[in-house]
Design a protein around this ligand. Structure first.
Ligand code: NAP
Length: 244
């Protein structure tokens, strides 16, 4: 299993839900954190709580639907952390259900693609070259298995675009020590997933950590967090590496 103690991770959308669960799990492995959300106040308590695990924790704020704020975020990352080794592009927005699929406002597509695709890609572009230079990095882009539900088209198509970006990046990363993978967390009880969802948010661990902790070079794959639910981290890694 790959050691991530003293590495730095940026988790976008870390204030609640899946991002919070991932950030918390990373901190227990000794990984330093940059917690992102739309307001510094949203991650203040979590930062205090995770610092108690003996790791460095910084917070940054940016609305990922606003290009100016994303540009500022990218500049600020360099001032709070010496380097980012692990990136979870987790923050995203979901669009409302539209019974009339022919009348979904353009604005919902624009906002979804800006927040869920373009901003995560800009963050990748800002961080991956330095990971390649250092010879190690892990990028995980949160995706979904939502299918045949055109009522949610802005959200679902944006996530499909992010998956495509992840898959297409493989040749760039081959032989660099840097991997980029997708992660479908499962349908989870979060603000986005709703209280009707099948699984509690804690079931995303250890699966969400698998693409980071694997020692082999697996790139461009979509990991399903629920495949590892209930396993220890060690067993989850073994299952991912040897199919057991
Ligand atoms: N929950 C599920 O069942 C499910 C299923 C498949 C995939 N996913 C994916 O998993 C990821 C996390 O989902 P979740 O259920 O944990 O969502 P969530 O509970 O709604 O949390 C969303 C997080 O993203 C941040 N965020 C929201 N809008 C933002 C914006 N415009 N700019 C920047 N940050 C923003 C929020 O920060 P604030 O505190 O600032 O609001 C929060 O930290 C998403 O990529 C989602 O698509 C979730």
């Amino acid at each position: 299993m790959t050691e991530i103690k003293d590495r730095w991770a940026l988790v976008t959308g870390a204030s609640r839900g899946i991002g919070k669960a991932i950030a918390t799990a990373l901190s227990t492995l000794g990984c330093n954190l940059v917690l992102h959300s739309r307001s510094l106040e949203h991650t203040r308590l979590l930062a205090e709580e995770l610092s108690a695990n003996g790791v460095h924790v910084k917070s940054l704020a940016a609305d990922l639907s606003e290009p100016d704020q994303v540009a500022k975020l990218i500049t600020e990352i360099g001032s709070v952390a010496t380097q980012i080794d692990i990136l979870y592009n987790n923050a995203a927005i979901m669009t409302p259900y539209h019974a009339d699929v022919y009348q979904i406002p353009d604005e919902e597509f624009h906002r979804s693609f800006e927040t869920n695709v373009i901003s995560p890609i800009k963050i990748c572009n800002a961080l991956i070259p330095a990971m390649i230079e250092r010879g190690w990095g892990r990028v995980i882009n949160l995706t979904t298995d939502m299918d045949k539900q055109p009522q949610f088209a802005p959200y679902a198509t944006s996530k499909a675009a992010l998956r495509k970006f992840t898959q297409d990046f493989v040749p760039i990363l081959d032989g660099t020590g840097v991997t980029m993978n997708a992660l479908h967390p499962g349908w989870l009880r979060t603000d986005m997933g709703s209280d009707q969802a099948a699984h509690s948010v804690d079931t995303v661990i250890p699966g969400a950590l698998v693409p980071v902790l694997l020692s082999g070079f697996i790139c461009g794959k979509e990991f399903l967090a629920q495949d590892y639910s209930g396993l220890s981290i060690e067993h989850a890694i073994e299952r991912a590496e040897h199919g057991q």
